[in-house]
Design a protein around this ligand. Structure first.
Ligand code: BG6
Length: 488
């Protein structure tokens, strides 16, 4: 199967850091269909060779095991071309159309990795140039809008020219191997299903912590913030994967129907829950990895009196028969104590205690997403069954854990998130992409938080870089009698 992949934003940060390395890995492993072409699009006047040289230089920043050898890069570079385009100029699309017409590839992927304000222009111009053929697939990077209304405008324009089956809205968290394994754990194994409900689960915690700050993206982040950048998409998709009912089959729409039901069942916000159950924070100067780091308000491109949140913690519930009353906590932030993404499922303690264990000790399933990728099942055992304790006849339980490290089990040759998603687009598999109604429902749910903050004079709560966020986040969860997993 032949393909042309046109990368709008071909000299942008995402292309250098994620897309080209992912395409190269697919090429190296022989999973990229052999008859392909990758066309970078950008404003600069670059020849094909100059573009290839720039990409080669960028590979020096990629981790060693993922860098191409000279020979590998030479072969990979044969796929690469560059087209200079001003995205507002119809004649530039006509030139692109000519270049695509030379090959008549079976599939043409238009990957729009530009600033979001160009999404509609690109789609309109593609259509005007006759490039919205049935062979075409459009990939849209997040963020798709900054609220429900702007999201609707983008999606309406896209849908005027492309069918929903041609639109691939990326949430790269869905491509992470750990998320695939979460689906496998839930729907490929019968073990947990009977326990996966309110009768047995006390609470669920989703943490996506980053130790990085906003890096070079201060200006972008100022108008985005953690709620739009991480919660509206990545965190809610994880919540869907944990909370959804088993789909009737593995087709894209069967999966997306179930995720949509979860989003529709999220408890609506009230003035009281907005005040009590959502914490927004912003980092001040602190220490990360042993070195001093700036406060958010001192970062390049950030206003010195910015109220943009770099941290969010919130509590919600899924109002349905399976989950009613079970708190789901979401927490994400920049410049936190470490780079850790995990989901912790806290089971209820035994209904009656016959051992002298700590009150409230219970089983826990930890789904590690990164940097570790694996599962931990925390159980209780009589670990103190030694002579000293035997004499006192105390029956004390201690926590022990079963550990499954997917990196060790399956090796490091596993398919990375962008590699998986790019291959899926080329093959036309929509399972790991977000449908229009899911995306809009997620915006609908976060919008009351945005509106509340817009009128909340208190602003974000400050936390020192290198910590786990403002103390209000611990206080929020403590009100239910629980604690974040690293505090218990
Ligand atoms: C992106 C956000 O979607 O996800 C970034 O825009 C964030 O701000 C990144 O750093 C986190 O992704 P990952 O895969 O490194 O956890």
């Amino acid at each position: 199967m032949s393909f042309d992949l046109v990368l709008f934003g071909g000299t942008g940060d995402l292309a250098w850091r994620k897309l080209m390395p992912a395409l190269f890995q697919a090429f190296r492993h022989g999973t990229l269909p052999p008859s392909g072409r990758i066309i970078g699009v950008g404003r600069h006047d670059l020849s094909n060779d100059e573009y290839r040289d720039q990409i080669r230089a960028r590979f020096d920043h990629v981790e060693l095991a993922k860098r191409p050898s000279v020979d590998e890069f030479t072969r990979f570079a044969d796929l690469l071309e560059f087209v200079r385009m001003d995205l507002s100029q119809p004649e530039d699309y006509a030139r692109l159309a000519e270049s695509l017409a030379q090959r008549q590839a079976d599939t043409v992927v238009m990957y729009v990795a530009t600033a979001p304000n160009l999404f509609t222009t690109v789609c309109e111009q593609l259509a005007a140039a006759g490039l919205n053929t049935p062979q075409t697939r459009v990939v849209l990077e997040k963020p798709l809008g900054h609220d429900l209304a702007s999201n609707r405008i983008i999606n309406e324009t896209v849908c005027k020219f492309f069918g929903e089956g041609q639109v691939f809205r990326i949430d790269h968290y869905l491509g992470k191997p750990a998320v695939q394994n979460l689906f496998a754990l839930r729907f490929g194994n019968a073990l947990f299903e009977p326990l996966w409900r309110r009768e047995h689960i006390a609470n669920i915690q989703i943490t996506i912590a980053e130790d990085l700050g906003v890096e070079q993206r201060g200006a972008f982040y100022e108008t985005t913030g953690a709620l739009r950048d991480m919660v509206q998409n990545h965190a809610l998709q994880l919540l869907c994967a944990i909370g959804m009912e088993p789909p009737i089959n593995s087709h894209a729409d069967a999966i997306r129907d179930e995720k949509l039901k979860v989003l529709r069942s999220l408890k609506p916000w009230t003035p009281e829950t907005l005040r009590q159950d959502v914490v927004r924070g912003q980092y001040t100067a602190g220490t990360v990895a042993g070195g001093p780091v700036l406060a958010y308000r001192e970062e390049a491109g950030v206003s010195p009196d910015s109220n943009t949140e770099t941290f969010v913690a919130l509590r919600t519930e899924i109002s349905n028969w399976r989950w009613a009353g079970v708190p789901f906590y979401i927490r994400t932030g920049k410049r936190l104590a470490g780079r850790e993404a995990r989901i912790v499922v806290n089971f209820r303690p035994t209904p009656h205690a016959i051992f002298d264990s700590h009150i409230g000790m219970a089983n826990q399933l930890v789904i590690n997403l990164q940097p570790k990728d694996g599962l931990e099942l925390h159980l209780l055992a009589q670990g103190q069954n030694n002579r000293k304790v035997a004499r006192t006849s105390a029956q004390t339980l201690v926590p022990v854990q079963l550990d499954l490290d997917f990196d060790k089990r399956f090796g490091c040759e596993r398919v990375g998130a962008y590699e998986r998603l790019l291959l899926d687009v080329i093959d036309g598999r929509l399972n790991l992409f977000v449908r229009i109604d899911e995306q809009q429902e997620a915006w609908r749910w976060v919008e009351p938080i945005l509106n509340y903050w817009a009128h909340d004079a208190q602003g974000p709560r400050l936390y020192a870089a290198g910590t786990w966020g403002p103390s209000a986040s611990s206080a929020m969860i403590a009100r239910d009698g629980f604690c974040w997993s690293e505090e218990c």
